[in-house]
Design a protein around this ligand. Structure first.
Ligand SMILES: C[S@@+](CC[C@H](N)C(=O)[O-])C[C@H]1O[C@@H](n2cnc3c(N)ncnc32)[C@H](O)[C@@H]1O
Length: 253
């Protein structure tokens, strides 16, 4: 599967989301209806997953302005978001002030996913939360294998949500990235992934679900890491991978 390693420019870095044109990608006025429908279906998907485990909350990675927080709190779950964009996190903090109650917590901090550690999770009392990578965040990471290694090292159940490879997904993504006005938008598809990229830094890959499953299995080097991988579909072109650790961790409630 050598085409996991892209031979062409992957120019994106955290600058794209912190100070660059990447901010527009989280502006809902740029979401065509098909993308908004996808996001609504994504929330339904993660809420179904939440009911499967003994989770007390959602730890959203790439939480932006924490627009999803209310939906989780309304369902009785706590919420913790991290993002690398300081303006988004500031707006999210304002939003979350009114959400926290005695029973449920709702917090957000400025943190890069790559800086996340098991120590951070335990000191922030979020070990019973599910880690959630929404809206094709995974496909925007510069080091995808490193991201999988990080997720496996955290030993906490996680869901990666992404787009299918289909003509419907292609059309929705194209309309969305065009609305964001990225420069010189390009598209490249192989049997394993569908990649949109632009001259000003968009670098968004959606992997075929079997391919992402294989990438996770390839990184599961430690035989003591007993995990199950469930493949999910949602909406018109949503895909997700749900990884559970089958260890004897005590879930706090
Ligand atoms: C969810 S991704 C959006 C992907 C886009 N919807 C697509 O179609 O590819 C964008 C959000 O993730 C955040 N983000 C990007 N890289 C991050 C990282 N390494 N750690 C935490 N948040 C990150 C960005 O600041 C932004 O709020």
């Amino acid at each position: 599967m050598s085409d996991f390693k892209l031979g062409f420019a992957a120019v994106q870095n955290s600058e794209f989301y912190t100070n660059g044109p990447g901010k527009s990608i989280m502006d809902c006025s740029n979401y065509p209806k098909a993308i908004q429908d996808h996001l609504n279906a994504e929330i339904d998907m993660i809420q179904k997953v939440l009911k499967k485990g003994q989770y007390t909350g959602v730890f959203e990675i790439g939480s932006a302005q924490a627009e999803n927080a209310q939906k989780f709190v309304d369902q009785g779950f706590s919420y913790f978001g991290i993002d690398i964009n300081a303006d988004f996190v500031q707006t999210a903090k304002e939003r979350l002030k009114i959400l926290s109650s005695h029973k449920q917590k709702a917090e957000t901090v400025l943190l890069d996913f790559y800086q996340l550690s098991a120590h951070f999770l335990s000191t922030h009392d979020v070990n019973s939360y599910i880690l959630f990578l929404p809206f094709n965040l995974f496909g925007n990471f510069s080091d995808k294998v490193g991201a999988i290694q990080k997720l496996l090292s955290l030993k906490q159940d996680f869901v990666i949500s992404f787009y299918d490879i289909s003509s419907q997904a292609y059309m929705a993504r194209k309309d969305y990235y065009c609305a964001c006005q990225f420069e010189d938008l390009e598209y490249h598809e192989t049997k394993n992934f569908a990649h949109f990229y632009s001259a000003d830094g968009l670098d968004s890959i959606a992997y075929r679900i079997d391919c992402l499953e294989q990438m996770i299995c390839d990184q599961k080097r430690n035989p003591e890491d007993a995990i199950t991988i469930e493949k999910l579909s949602f909406g018109a072109f949503g895909k997700a991978i749900y990884v559970r650790f089958l260890d004897d961790r005590v879930i706090k409630s």
